[in-house]
Design a protein around this ligand. Sequence first.
Ligand SMILES: *Cc1c(COP(=O)(O)O)cnc(C)c1O
Length: 352
Amino acid sequence: MSRFLKENYKSLEVYTPGEQPKDGEYIKLNTNESPFPPAPAVVDLLTKQDVENLRLYSDPTLCTLKEKLAKLYGVEKENIFLSNGSDDILNFAFMAFGHNGALFPDITYGFYTVFAELHGVEYEEIPLREDFTVDYKDYLGRNKLIVIANPNAPTGDSRPLWEIEEIIKSNPDSVVVIDEAYVDFGGNSAYKLIEKYDNLLTVRTFSKSRSMAGARLGYAIGAKGLVEDLMRIKFSTNPYNINRLTCALGEATVDAEDYYTEKCKEIMSVREYTKEKLEELGFEVLSSSSNFLFAKHNKISGEKLYTELKSRRILVRHFTKERICEFNRITIGTLKQMDTMIDAIKEILKGE
Ligand SMILES: *Cc1c(COP(=O)(O)O)cnc(C)c1O
């Protein structure tokens, strides 16, 4: 750290992303990427011309991609905000709407505390229930920025829409952000409620269900006023926040919706298969509506299982936070990858 850094950034605890090893080194089940490539039409899209056109700025209005998404979800393009990964939108939301403080669960996406600290937002972490689910009653009538991942990460649990609506309805003077990064794997999206509530922002990403983590594309479907607010911030920081290549790939991705729907179904079925196998081996596995499982075993510590798997070239995600340190979060890969992991776990458990 240099002596030039502004005081309030000096004590920041930065977000630690999951390990990103070199390609092919590991079976990578640690950052919830898709095991499948993008749709064929997306893979084949880019031409030399597209690369040559990189000399030109991208479209700051992102009109075509917005229109495609608006059509897909039956909303207006004024309800859509696009960003360089959905982390960017979450960052903007804390920046723009956090001045009365923020609330989110104690066990959730680790970036929320980082954004709160970054923007000097006071926050309260509300403990999940004993069974690691959100109790919506904890969020009623609080009138602070509320951020809930639904399905939640790293637990995988999805709350029913009526509970989310109660939260939105009872906090009319503050913004409710529903982070739907995993909604395509069996969750309940709240986006249709934007017609009824001017304080709702749902945040989504192409990183998980759309096989595009490396392209960095996120979007929000939200009340028009909130989208306008986010645009103000975008045009005050980085008007060309989506590069030309990602924009083109994003458009082709929306056109290939059927491919991704099918891949999500496949991931959900492999998830249930894997859950059953892990339970047969004595794991406690939380029920999941996402593309990962959260599991622990009473014969082996979470950290040891993580280390043993890593030494066998399988990478899962282990968190050190006390309440969840006996668990590991396992991204759902292909059926073959899951079988390889289950065989490795059998071998590891034999040694315990
Ligand atoms: C992965 C993830 C994101 C961020 O996704 P990007 O679009 O890749 O920035 C946001 N929220 C949750 C809960 C996630 O797991």
